[in-house]
Design a protein around this ligand. Structure first.
Ligand code: SAH
Length: 342
């Protein structure tokens, strides 16, 4: 579909249809504004007929608004795949949390996205569409974009879909497109080591966030199957390399699961592991997922542990939880294809 194409590729496409080059600019602008084919007024009917089969088609099948201002949308693509994305409102602007896969195959014990395994990868344009959707409803224009930040923290493991995700990173930061700077993009991964090196070598200086959730491999293996494939030690080496290449401080996500990874002893071990690194730890009490038998730590405990980490020399904060009432909070996004809502 056309959202997968850069401006240069779109120009080639337009020329290959026997159309004039300037049509590419009009088309690119319409795509960037999230217009439907019917909403485009400056393209002739004959041209629209030629591009109809390639024009992006997605519709919002669910659109929920939380009492804290967070919104969640489920977009359906023509093959019936449904992806969820979340809009978060901060003081400085809007952030969209995008999904990178339909489902996920990483199998983390606490996460809803992985309940039905991986259905398929999203294309670069399908990831981009999630941002364009929100820009459009927020009334963005080509000059004034509403969404300023993106986090790849929805359904899926971004580095398990590297080709499409890296293409997405190029599209979203294209100056003639929605032009979101890599500095305003966070990519969260459970730690696929070789892909972290690829990301660094390919020159993407996004903020890298590692879902760590445990200070040692033994404990990590009990909650994250990916820990059987990659050691923490090797993840940290890859993070060092990423820092060297990009100068960007690495973030660690640590979801606090009551009685599992939130004891004082475990957090002290985490401090020993991370002390002296250019990094920051985001603590977040686990959000409940009804199919999972795990409980989040209290926020009080989270604040206590953040303070403890700081005292032990590791920069840490407690992440705000947003959109919990619409199941839009971290780890609550799920693939609902074929599933009936209760
Ligand atoms: N696959 C990527 C993106 C996943 S979602 C990754 O693993 O990083 C973003 C974050 O939410 C990850 O840190 C993930 O571990 C965390 N998460 C998943 N389920 C959660 C839950 N129920 N409560 C809190 N955080 C959760």
């Amino acid at each position: 579909m056309l959202l997968d194409l850069s401006f240069e590729e779109l120009t080639e496409y337009v020329v290959s249809l026997g159309e004039q080059k300037f049509r590419a600019k009009q088309l690119y602008e319409a795509l960037t504004m999230g217009k439907t084919l019917e909403e485009i007024s400056n393209l002739p009917k004959s041209f629209k007929e030629k591009i109809e089969k390639d024009y992006p088609k997605y519709e919002a099948v669910v659109h929920l608004k939380s009492k804290d201002g967070t919104q969640k949308v489920a977009l359906r693509f023509p093959d019936g795949s449904i992806v969820e994305s979340v809009l978060l409102k901060y003081k400085y602007g809007y952030t969209v949390c995008v999904s990178t896969q339909v489902g996920c195959r990483m199998g983390c014990k606490f996460c809803a996205s992985t309940l039905n395994g991986l259905i398929r990868n999203l294309s670069a344009g399908e990831i981009l569409a999630q941002i364009l959707f929100y820009n459009k409803i927020l009334g963005a224009t080509l000059k004034e974009r509403q969404v300023t930040n993106v986090v790849l923290m929805g359904c899926g493991e971004p580095l398990d879909n590297y080709e499409n995700v890296s293409k997405f990173l190029r599209l979203v930061s294209a100056p003639d497109g929605i032009n979101i700077s890599p500095r305003n993009i966070s990519l969260s991964t459970c730690g696929l080591v070789s892909k972290i090196y690829d990301l660094a070598n390919d020159g993407f200086s996004v903020t890298l966030t590692i879902s760590l959730h445990a200070p040692n491999d033994e404990l990590r293996k009990t909650i994250m199957p990916v820990a059987n494939a990659y050691k923490i030690e090797d993840i940290l080496k890859a993070c060092d390399y990423y820092f060297e290449k990009t100068g960007r401080r690495v973030y660690f996500e640590y979801s606090l699961i009551s009685g599992v990874n939130d004891t004082d002893k475990t957090i002290e071990e985490l401090a020993r592991l991370l002390k002296g690194r250019q990094c920051h730890v985001n603590l977040i009490p686990l959000n409940s997922v009804k199919e999972k038998n795990l409980l989040g730590a209290t926020r009080k405990r989270a604040y206590y542990l953040a303070e403890k980490l700081e005292k032990l020399g590791v920069s840490a904060t407690v992440r705000r939880t947003m959109g919990e009432d619409i199941e839009g909070a971290c780890g609550q996004l799920r693939n609902r294809v074929g599933e009936k809502d209760e």
